[in-house]
Design a protein around this ligand. Structure first.
Ligand SMILES: *Cc1c(COP(=O)(O)O)cnc(C)c1O
Length: 415
């Protein structure tokens, strides 16, 4: 299992990448483009099971990314797969929705205290964009407050790249600093009587920086700003949803959103997003034209029902937290032993692991490449994700890889 002395064989991967550059702009797009990672990562995968993935050259890794969030019960979880397969065998993208659409809406309304209704779409971007539109339709106002650097999707009003984006696309988006009540109040004053919504992520999980949990004061202030202005508090739970709290990620803070956006882990890898809301926003949710050719696809909804029920029945969040804690404590001990300063931030089940004073992620890049060679797929600057398939045994395999990797990093620093 432990491969230490040689670089990975990635010949098949290299061949696919060569072919791709001719027919796909840049060879790959978006967040999964490994050109964003240090050279040495595979781009193409052939198989995935529980917490493991295999690249097209047959190299096996413990997957610490979980497909950037969608996998929460492990790859190819039998319960989610059976539910999807059974539904697919009867009908999937049909001329109208299947029964399971109503069942899933009922399950979400039962599970999420803030929700009186649910709607379904495909991507997290569909969900956040729909929440913004529903908030504007209800309030008849335009301004949306978002935290600087928070990711809400990949369309002009919120994309991190400004290529092809006009000033008009962003005309009514005002920003504040996450966890900074004063800057939130300032942005709300600027929006004045035109404030439609405050849009926040469950915690600060921006790439390339330490994560931050929301302070209670900040969450309460977001609720207060919206209440005072009769605006919508929109919780973007696309990334954290079902990993922090089954009732919604701000429920432990005692702050309920008006609208929530869900996707990623909701159907254990099947394409599905949900928009949930309370009764004040029901009428607008009905008036806004929300649809897509594949939005009523039934098998992802069946997978979502199986996924949510299994997460509840197995106390999944506590399981992921226990594994996450083992990883965090193990890494902290290794870092101390090797004389390195690691910053481990955010919830243990969604860890961000950065090196102190690591300009351009030079140490982080070296670290993840060394862990990759030792059979653990980690990310140098994006938060990672655990699933319930990451048991202690698998975490210990990762820790074996990180110990070897940290030793190499320490040696290269002369420690
Ligand atoms: C991933 C993500 C989105 C966008 O979801 P897609 O399914 O990629 O469109 C929106 N908000 C947050 C917080 C996300 O992590």
């Amino acid at each position: 299992m432990t491969r230490v002395d040689s670089a990975l064989n990635l010949t098949r991967d290299a061949d696919l990448r060569r072919r791709a550059t001719k027919v796909i702009p840049g060879g790959m797009w978006g967040h999964m483009n490994v050109a964003r990672l240090p050279p040495g990562y595979p781009q193409y995968f052939s198989q995935a099971r529980d917490c493991r993935v295999w690249d097209v050259d047959g190299n096996e890794y413990v997957d610490m990314m979980c497909s950037f969030g969608p996998i929460i019960l492990g790859h190819a979880d039998p319960d989610a797969e059976n539910a999807a397969a059974q539904q697919r065998s009867r009908g999937d993208t049909m001329t109208g929705p299947a029964e399971c659409q109503v069942e899933l809406a009922e399950l979400l309304v039962d599970t999420l205290p803030h929700a009186d209704w649910a709607l379904f779409a495909k991507n997290g971007t569909d969900a956040t964009t729909s929440c913004v539109t529903i908030a504007r339709a209800t309030t008849q106002r335009r301004k949306i407050l978002v935290a600087k650097g928070s990711y809400h999707g990949a369309v002009p009003w919120c994309s991190p790249s400004l290529a092809g984006v006009t000033a008009e696309d962003r005309a009514h988006i005002l920003t504040f600093e996450y966890n900074d009540v004063e800057s939130l109040d300032r942005a709300a004053r600027e929006a004045g009587s035109d404030l439609a919504a405050v849009l926040v992520t469950a915690f600060r999980h921006d790439a390339r920086r330490d994560q931050e949990m929301p302070s209670a004061a900040f969450a309460l202030a977001a609720r207060r700003v919206c209440d005072n202005a009769e605006a919508a508090l929109i919780l973007d739970d696309v990334r954290a949803g079902f990993r922090i709290d089954m009732r919604g990620s701000w429920e432990p803070l005692g702050v309920r959103p008006d609208l929530s956006a869900w996707s990623k882990a909701i159907a254990n890898g099947y394409p599905l997003a949900a928009i949930t809301g309370n009764d004040r926003f029901r009428e607008a949710a009905q008036q806004v034209y929300l649809t897509g050719s594949f939005w009523c696809e039934a098998s992802p909804m069946a997978a979502a029902i199986a996924t949510i029920n299994k997460l509840k029945a197995t106390n999944a969040i506590a399981v992921m937290e226990a594994s996450g804690r083992r990883l965090r404590e193990g890494l902290a001990e290794q870092a101390r032993r090797h004389g390195l300063s690691l910053k481990q931030t955010g919830p243990v089940q969604m860890p961000q692991i950065l090196f102190e004073d690591d300009r351009d992620f030079a140490l982080g890049n070296q670290f993840v490449l060394e862990t990759l060679r030792r059979g653990a797929y980690m990310h140098p600057w994006h938060n990672m994700f655990l699933s319930t398939a990451h048991g202690f045994k698998e975490i210990d395999r990762v820790l074996e890889a990180t110990d070897g990797a940290l030793k190499v990093v320490a040696r290269s620093m002369g420690r």
